[in-house]
Ligand binder design. Structure first.
Ligand code: SF4
Length: 315
């Protein structure tokens, strides 16, 4: 059997995958870290959608959550700080058949990676971007991140964080061509899974902010929230998140049509309540894959063009 044949045999369309098929190395996050919850919801999503591990890629930057690709049994790229999105964009543009997921922390995405974040939203390439937001730099031991609340004492700002925090949902909704913007919390796993599922099925760049507990450094920010469902408001709509699994829980609900961008911005701006759900979605927004109009060269033609270009610089 040729090598090419055996590669093709890796992908068996009749195969059904279970969660165990996506188990990678033993996760080394702190006990009680919300990243564990995100990992198991993600493995559940992959199993539900029956995504072949060899057709799935997780790309991350640097940070606690960016260890994700080590713990999930798919292809992965644990990259450079803040650069997960350009790597993932390159992967998806060259291999549109792959299912691409990006995992970033708040420092990774919103600080050093902010330029890439803004343009990834605008390019609207089909992938799922998960922002695991614990409002602190955990890996570098409690440094102020862009989402750290103002006045919060950290190791880099021991008199309290100087600036008002960035609001990632509000910022994403402000970028031209945003097409899917949602927020969920890892301590509400049914909501998180349903949100990821909606994001995965959306054709375009799906941005999901996941509020994430960090019991090691920001326990006072998130630790009590699971005991207080009244502090959470669920956004409800037939085009939003399927809330069947949450029936009888989280009574604080608000009807919101995710087609209404102005209302989404108004809801995101109001930080007096934690809102979970789809703020905005528009499946018709143009995607870079469809609009870049690449000429359809064959492989030999591409090689010939490449050789010709290289010859121009021969000395
Ligand atoms: Fe998780 Fe915080 Fe520990 Fe990092 S420092 S692994 S975010 S609990």
């Amino acid at each position: 059997m040729s090598a090419v044949c055996s590669l093709f045999q890796l992908h068996d369309e009749s195969r059904e995958y279970g969660m165990g098929d996506y188990e990678g190395a033993q996760a080394r996050w702190c006990p009680g870290c919300g990243d564990h919850s995100v990992l198991s919801a993600t493995q559940r999503l992959l199993a539900r959608e029956n995504l072949p591990p060899e057709k799935t890629v997780f790309v991350s930057g640097i940070g606690c959550s960016s260890r994700f690709p080590h713990y999930i049994n798919t292809y992965g790229f644990h990259g450079v700080h803040g650069r997960a999105l350009p790597v993932a964009t390159g992967v998806k543009l060259h291999r549109p058949d792959l299912h691409v997921f990006v995992v970033m922390g708040d420092g990774d995405c919103i600080s050093i990676g902010a330029g890439h974040w803004i343009h990834a939203i605008r390019y609207n390439v089909d992938m799922v971007a998960l922002l695991l937001d614990n409002e602190i730099y955990g890996l570098t031991k409690m440094q102020t991140s862009p989402t750290t609340p103002q006045g919060y004492v950290t190791n880099t700002q021991p008199r309290g964080s100087y600036l008002p925090p960035m609001n990632p949902i509000e910022a994403t909704l402000g970028v031209t061509n945003a097409s899917f913007v949602a927020q969920t919390a890892e301590w509400v796993p049914a909501h998180m899974l349903a949100t990821m599922e909606a994001a995965y099925r959306h054709p375009g760049f799906s941005f999901v902010r996941i509020l994430q507990r960090c019991p090691h450094f920001t326990d006072d920010l998130f630790g009590e929230l699971p005991k207080h469902p009244e502090r959470v408001q669920l956004l409800v709509h037939e085009h939003g998140i399927d809330l069947e699994a949450l029936e009888g829980r989280f009574p604080n609900r608000l009807a919101h049509d995710p087609a209404d961008l102005d209302e989404a911005r108004r809801l995101a701006e109001d930080a007096s309540v934690i809102r979970l759900g789809v703020f905005f979605r528009d499946d018709s927004r143009p995607r870079y894959e469809e609009t870049r109009h690449l000429p359809a060269y064959t492989a030999p033609e591409k090689l010939e063009l490449l050789e010709r270009e290289l010859d121009r610089y021969a000395v």
